[in-house]
Design a protein around this ligand. Structure first.
Ligand SMILES: [Zn+2]
Length: 425
């Protein structure tokens, strides 16, 4: 049974201003005061990033309501009756548990951030392993010419096909591998949208059995560009010298750091694509700010990219770098820190109010302090606002039902009653 879906539609409640609730929340929280210390500034920045990710996830939900992102961190998992909040002291962060997690690296701003962080840790481990064992790493960027009228689906298909053609080519497999000691590559598919339309591109980390000299790196770049241009031409695409750029280890280390938690936490909602181009997350942000055209572009992107693999490792490379098998995206998205401990339960009725006013990030930010009494006060405030709203509209104002206790003790009758018309209608 999908509880939230049922609850959502039987709650014709006039939306309160979420900012108002937020202000009240912040006034009572550690984040509301002007940040006087570095730690407070960091906490405030992390809180703002989290709020922005949840906001964009909600924007995605409105654009693709039939995809799993629409239920992510909203619906209870089958068999669950309340939302559990976990707290990690080492991270200073709170997490939701017992909720559905979509694990979509393309469509869900919340899952994408978590997956990127898991992948970043692994990649760093691989780069460090390679460096420790005398190997080298190169950062490659592959692009093609693109125009405003290009169809994203056709362009992406041609682009990925050209790339597969290149890595399967005998020149790549024999000459380049033999000459430069290439052990393998991990590549990430990305796309931006700018004045010349859609721009799919690949970033790749190429691992070599020894560090290449600057001369070798330039020669490798020339030879590979020639091959890349040839393979792209077979798919009807052209490029100039910018079709491939190869950077040595220092830049590659910077690229790995690009997926770092600090970057993600502090800049994801602020960063815009270079030269006026926008990433899918920029499009989603603009859609949330009222740009319906950005929403249409994002929907087109979602349709083409959903279900694709973002990060692809060449066969056998992970073992060479001492890494275990890759965990799937949905497991990476649901991964919790080792020290995550139970902090408290949010009963289903309260959860509906949190969802109604889009306060999921605010609740987590408040719980990040590890003090459950702050959350209890916040939820009490929401219930009071709910009652005040009903009174203002001249509606009955039933007293809230008693807190149900732990989910194990929660009778099904209560769960059904909790979102019945009597309480929320
Ligand atoms: Zn998700």
């Amino acid at each position: 049974m999908r509880w939230f879906a049922a609850g959502e539609f039987c709650m014709p409640l006039a939306p309160l201003n979420p900012d108002k609730a937020r202000l009240s929340l912040e006034a009572g929280s550690v984040l509301g005061h002007s940040a006087k210390t570095k730690a407070q500034a960091l906490a405030a920045s992390r809180a703002a990033s989290k709020r922005e990710r949840f906001r964009r996830q909600s924007g995605g939900r409105r654009l693709v309501p039939h995809e799993r992102v629409a239920t992510c961190l909203r619906w209870l998992r089958p068999g669950e009756r309340a939302v559990e909040i976990l707290h990690s002291a080492s991270e200073g962060e709170a997490h939701y548990s017992r909720l559905e997690v979509c694990g979509s690296v393309w469509l869900c701003a919340v899952c994408a951030a978590r997956i990127a962080e898991e992948r970043r840790k692994e990649l760093r481990q691989g780069v460090e392993f390679c460096a420790k064992n005398g190997g080298g790493v190169l950062h490659l960027t592959f692009t093609v010419r693109h125009n405003i009228g290009d169809n994203l689906k056709a362009l992406t298909a041609a682009f990925t096909k050209a790339y597969s053609r290149m890595v399967g080519h005998s020149t790549y497999r024999t000459l380049l591998r033999g000459t430069y000691g290439i052990m393998g590559a991990v590549r990430a598919l990305e796309v931006t949208n700018g004045q010349h339309g859609w721009h799919p591109h690949h970033h790749a980390l190429v691992f070599t059995s020894r560090p290449l000299t600057d001369d070798e790196t330039r020669r490798f770049e020339r030879e590979l560009l020639e091959l890349w241009a040839k393979c792209a031409a077979r798919e009807g695409m052209t490029m100039n010298q910018a079709g491939l750029s190869v950077q040595g280890a220092r830049a590659a280390a910077g690229y790995v750091a690009k997926w770092g938690a600090e970057e993600e936490l502090t800049k994801s909602h602020l960063k815009s694509g270079r030269g006026g181009s926008r990433s899918p997350w920029d499009l989603l942000r603009d859609y949330c700010d009222g740009d319906t055209q950005a929403g249409a572009l994002w929907r087109e992107y979602a349709d083409v990219f959903k279900g694709r693999r973002q990060l692809v490792w060449s066969a056998g490379l992970r073992a060479l770098l001492g890494l275990e098998d890759e965990i799937p995206d949905d497991e990476a998205a649901a991964a919790l820190p080792d020290d995550a401990k139970h902090l408290g339960w949010v009963d289903f009725g309260d959860w509906l109010l949190v969802l109604r006013w889009e306060l999921r990030a605010d609740l987590l930010n408040l719980a990040a302090a590890g003090d459950w009494s702050l959350v209890v006060g916040f939820l009490a405030d929401l219930r009071a606002r709910y009652r005040a709203d009903r009174r203002a509209r001249g509606l009955d104002c039933p007293e809230p039902v008693e807190p149900p206790g732990l989910p194990e003790q929660l009778p099904l009758a209560w769960a059904v009653g909790a979102f019945s018309a009597e309480r929320y209608g």
